[in-house]
Design a protein around this ligand. Structure first.
Ligand code: HXC
Length: 257
């Protein structure tokens, strides 16, 4: 399938997905959502891809769900079509996904970044959930993920006032892992993605699943889950290779099995 609202580029074991609706600051309409979900789910079944980078433009990662497309929708249409439910397929992707955010990440754009596994922010990044100004609230997980990532006080303030957070505040609050000068963002994101993609893919997938479990369960259950997955790793060839490489003082050659 050819894409019209995103660009895709495979660089070694990394898939770069660039949101590309510049005329609308990458607002997420149905087509863009369908294409992003298709691109990442397709990559997830490709053992040649070990990490996905999702990025936008220097001006906007994404300025939210497409307001013009949603404006006239009725309750019956939103509920009947279970609007936004397709993002469950994005969440189910097991390959690590890194968001490289420059400029606006607002509403659905902030929510999309939060659905990724790591957020790297340019020093120009602005995060916000301004839906309340439109007479709605976050609908792609923002009220839940923002509260978990930055805590209740900031999440509540941002969702109730629509105030934006700059990159520095987002890093201090724990929303992003690092802030990078804007002109180095993509290089740094690709470098980080290459590092992730150089690891054993099944081990990286299990690690992603284990960290995500921390947001779904109690500490006792999460630690138990981690221990069982850790045991299972000893059934992989890559555990044998990784530990042998250390002992033999050479780089590992993972077979992703
Ligand atoms: C549709 C959008 C858009 C959006 C920007 N555009 N955001 N179109 N949906 N979310 C369009 C503008 O209409 C304009 O088109 C063009 O992109 C450039 O935007 P400007 O506003 O002219 O740019 P600027 O003055 O630089 O302001 C940038 C901005 C502003 C601060 C990001 O565009 C803005 O506030 N956008 C909306 C942000 C927002 O409310 N997001 C949440 C959406 S609701 P034209 O044709 O005029 O050039 C949401 C819900 C999530 O995400 C899920 C649950 C419902």
């Amino acid at each position: 399938m050819g894409f019209e609202t995103i660009l895709t580029d495979t660089r070694g074991r990394v898939l770069l997905v660039t949101l590309n609706r510049p005329q609308a600051l990458n607002a997420i309409n149905r087509q863009l959502a369908t294409e992003v979900i298709e691109a990442v789910t397709r990559a997830d079944t490709d053992p040649g891809i070990g990490c996905i980078v999702l990025t936008g433009s220097p001006r906007a990662f994404a300025a939210g769900a497409d307001i013009k497309e949603m404006q006239a929708a009725t309750y019956a249409e939103m509920y009947g079509g279970d609007h936004f439910a397709a993002w469950d397929r994005f969440i189910a992707v097991r390959t690590p996904i890194l968001a490289a955010v420059a400029g606006y990440a607002l509403g659905g754009g902030c929510e999309l970044a939060m659905m990724c596994d790591v957020i790297l922010a340019a020093d120009t990044a602005m995060f916000g959930q301004p839906e309340i100004k439109l007479g709605v609230m976050p609908g792609m997980g923002g009220s839940q993920r923002l509260a978990r990532f930055v805590g209740k006080a900031k999440a509540m303030e941002m969702c109730l006032t629509g105030r934006m957070m700059d990159a520095g505040e987002a890093e201090r609050a724990g929303l992003v892992s690092r802030v990078i000068p804007a002109d180095q963002l993509l290089d740094e994101a690709l470098k980080t993605a290459e590092t992730i993609a150089s690891m054993s893919l099944p081990i990286a997938m299990m690690t992603k699943e284990a960290v995500n479990r921390a947001y779904e369960t109690t500490l006792t259950e999460g630690v138990r889950f981690e221990r069982r997955v850790f045991h299972a790793m000893f059934a992989t060839e890559d555990q044998k290779e990784g530990m042998a490489a250390f002992v033999e003082k050479r780089p590992p050659r993972f077979s992703h099995r």
